[in-house]
Design a protein around this ligand. Structure first.
Ligand SMILES: [Zn+2]
Length: 501
């Protein structure tokens, strides 16, 4: 008889400095089995990889609840509690359950817990007992705690950032279950390095982190280990426990431990490199735009206020600095501001008024800016098609939106900003980024795929926001000590590799 595997998803990346809690309205929830039990189901790309792999191997798949939200504030605890309770009811109702495969994010907090994913896994473990195999697919930015390790048998994280391997990670997590039943238990070692780094500052495609990933990959290809995940925790989690973790799986216990320890020293050694280069000031980027004669736009990356990193998109810091140049520069920028959007609607297209813009969601992270004599150019329902290349043609919405102008400064106002880094965002209100002297983009890394098609003049600027790039300036309250870059650390601060199950 084929083995029974339950699978489900709970995915959200939390940012402790975003004050608006994430509730049900921000989640997409898929509960219809017919939406999931298919290769291209709606429940998420990682889930599709899990389904395909186990289904092809002849396993009987039992779907649970699949819910995912974009990056944002910590989740209302009731949402987490409901998911846990419903999942427990579902797994308890299955006769002869053999395994569970979770698709989780791993950097998820609620208003009552620093470790939502650890809570989910532990609660479900307690419900099903010790013999059911639990395998977890995580984001590369997961904060993988001891609670998770004590309750999950196998862990697989994305190995690429930008994340291009969502499907493959689902395949790997599912394959761990298949391998377990066909080849026996493998040992999973985890080492902990007290390092966090701003997510804009590194990728797995370059510098020291690429070397570390390549080294782990070579160990896997040689057959010495069967799995590796190197997690750089999402850094905007104000949690009592947060760290980079190296997780190595091998059929040989000592090998798993030795490789995890070795790579944890590499992770320790790249801690400075992970923090990236010092950023330019907003004034310096504006100066670049003023002096630019290339015909290409200068792009200012305001990653500290990137909604993709869980920030609010409501900061007017760049607007304040660029406003004095309103008659000298053609500049496009965006601020999430419901009140200002409503004012634009009241005035109507062609109307002129004084707008107070910004700092409406997180007033402690930036301040509002008064823009006098601004003219309403466009009113929009906020819907647009992604220009791409990523997700080209997909429909997105930023809610009720308006474009106003203060001479050459074009300000996109909207109710929210789920997708702000795509060129289609500005095009939807008639602004061609190519024609601007300066374009401000509130995004971290992925926007480069689109914007690099029109310019190479892209600069990360030192701005403020919930996804602030200088971590030491953010209002953390709970972090452990020592933790780099807040304190210098030594090799003795690495927590040696351990096998938990
Ligand atoms: Zn991530």
């Amino acid at each position: 008889m084929s083995k029974k595997v339950f699978f489900c998803r709970f995915s959200q990346e939390s940012n402790s400095f975003n004050p608006v809690l994430t509730d049900y309205s921000m989640f997409d929830v898929v509960t219809e089995p017919s939406d999931v039990l298919t290769e291209n189901g709606k429940a998420g790309i990682t889930v599709n990889g899990i389904y395909k792999t186990l289904n092809d191997a002849g396993y009987q798949l039992i779907p649970g609840i699949f819910m995912g939200a974009g990056s944002g504030a910590c989740i209302k605890s009731q949402v987490v509690e409901d998911f846990i309770q419903m999942t427990i009811e579902q797994v308890k109702a299955i006769d002869g359950l053999d395994a569970i495969c979770f698709s989780l994010h791993g950097a998820t907090m609620s208003d009552t817990s620093d470790d939502v994913c650890g809570d989910v896994i532990e609660s479900v473990r307690n419900a099903v007992g010790q013999s059911v195999i639990i395998s977890v697919a995580f984001d590369l930015h997961a904060n993988v705690t001891e609670k998770t390790m004590k309750n999950a048998d196998y862990i697989c994280g994305y190995q690429h950032y930008p994340h291009i391997d969502l499907y493959e990670t689902g395949v790997r997590a599912a394959q761990m279950i298949i391998d377990h039943f066909e080849k026996g238990r493998a040992f999973v070692a985890r080492a902990e390095v007290p390092v966090i780094a701003p997510a804009h500052a590194y990728t797995t495609s370059s510098r020291e982190l690429k070397k570390l990933m390549d080294k782990a990959k070579a160990y896997k290809e040689s057959g010495k280990i069967i799995e590796y995940s190197i997690f750089q925790a999402q850094p905007w989690l104000d949690a009592k426990q947060i760290f980079a973790t190296i997780i190595i799986t091998s059929y040989d216990k000592q090998t798993a431990i030795d490789v995890a320890n070795e790579l944890s020293i590499d992770e320790f050694n790249l801690r400075k490199d992970l923090q990236g280069e010092p950023l330019m000031s907003v004034e310096e980027v504006i100066q670049k735009a003023l002096e630019n004669t290339s015909g290409k736009p200068v792009v200012l990356c305001d990653s500290a206020d990137s909604p993709n990193a869980g920030a609010n998109g409501d900061s007017a810091t760049v607007l304040e600095k660029v406003l004095p140049y309103r008659t000298q520069l053609k500049c496009a920028l965006a601020v999430v501001d419901k009140k200002a959007t409503d004012l634009a609607y009241e005035l109507g297209v062609g109307g002129v008024g004084d707008f107070t813009i910004g700092a409406t969601i997180a007033p402690e992270l930036s301040k509002p800016v008064l823009v006098k004599n601004a003219k309403v150019k466009v009113l929009s329902d906020g819907e647009f098609f992604m220009y791409g290349p990523q997700e080209r043609g997909q429909k997105r919405s930023n809610g009720k939106s308006a474009l106003i102008s203060a001479d050459g400064i074009l300000i996109h106002l909207s109710y929210n900003a789920k997708t702000i880094g795509d060129r289609g965002f500005y095009r939807s209100v008639g602004v061609e980024p190519e024609q601007m002297d300066l374009v401000c983009v509130k995004a971290c890394t992925s926007f480069r795929a689109g914007y690099s098609q029109i310019t190479d003049l892209i600069y990360n600027a030192q701005t403020t926001g919930a996804a602030g790039t200088d971590l030491t300036t953010l209002p953390f309250k709970k972090l452990p000590n020592p933790l780099y870059p807040f304190q210098e650390i030594s090799i003795e601060d690495i927590k040696k590799a351990k096998i938990y199950r």
